[in-house]
Design a protein around this ligand. Structure first.
Ligand code: PNS
Length: 157
């Protein structure tokens, strides 16, 4: 069984993430979307909320699961039998961090590969950070995040 792990903050999940997940899921038997829960980071949505939002979006697609974790991604990959970690990149500015992370993960576990998927051009400008800024200031969220996430964001602010 080919299992892939797609880790991220997903605070909140955007249409760009959804696009990556849908494109990716075609190539694996199981895709685990892993919401990070780092004690060092402040999240708008707690990990249970982020997992729930992701589950709602992919309801009816049993090959896509949402989990959360608070350790090393590589350890979680081993735990679930994923040989592949996937990350999406939008622009050159994402590249440096992704390369450093992939190289570190490779040095931590040489048999797990990081695959990079380029975001679709129509989502190059979409980021969770911008979405939060827009939401905080009462701006329009349509087309940036799925409808269930819009509702959840409105309840937060
Ligand atoms: O969506 P993000 O914030 O870019 O995701 C970053 C994330 C959560 C994938 C990354 O910080 C991560 O994997 N954190 C868990 C700790 C870990 O494994 N660090 C990688 C060692 S380089």
């Amino acid at each position: 069984m080919r299992v892939a792990l797609y880790p991220g903050s997903f605070d909140p999940i955007t249409v760009g993430h959804v696009d990556i997940i849908q494109r990716l899921s075609k190539h694996f038997d199981k895709l685990i979307v892993l919401a990070a829960n780092s004690a060092r980071k402040k999240y708008l949505f707690n990990s249970e909320e982020r997992v729930q939002l992701i589950e709602q979006i992919f309801e009816g697609q049993p090959s896509i699961e949402a989990h959360c974790f608070d350790g090393l991604t590589i350890d979680y990959a081993k735990k679930v039998g994923a040989k592949v970690i996937v990350r999406g990149i939008r622009a050159v500015s994402d590249f440096e961090n992704e390369m450093a992370m992939a190289t570190m993960n490779k040095s931590l576990s040489s048999d797990i590969e990081t695959l990079v998927l380029f975001s679709s051009p129509e989502y190059h400008h979409v980021s969770s950070r911008f979405v939060k800024e827009i939401a905080m200031n009462g701006g329009p969220l349509k087309g940036l995040i799925p409808d269930n996430v819009i509702t959840a964001m409105k309840n937060k602010f």
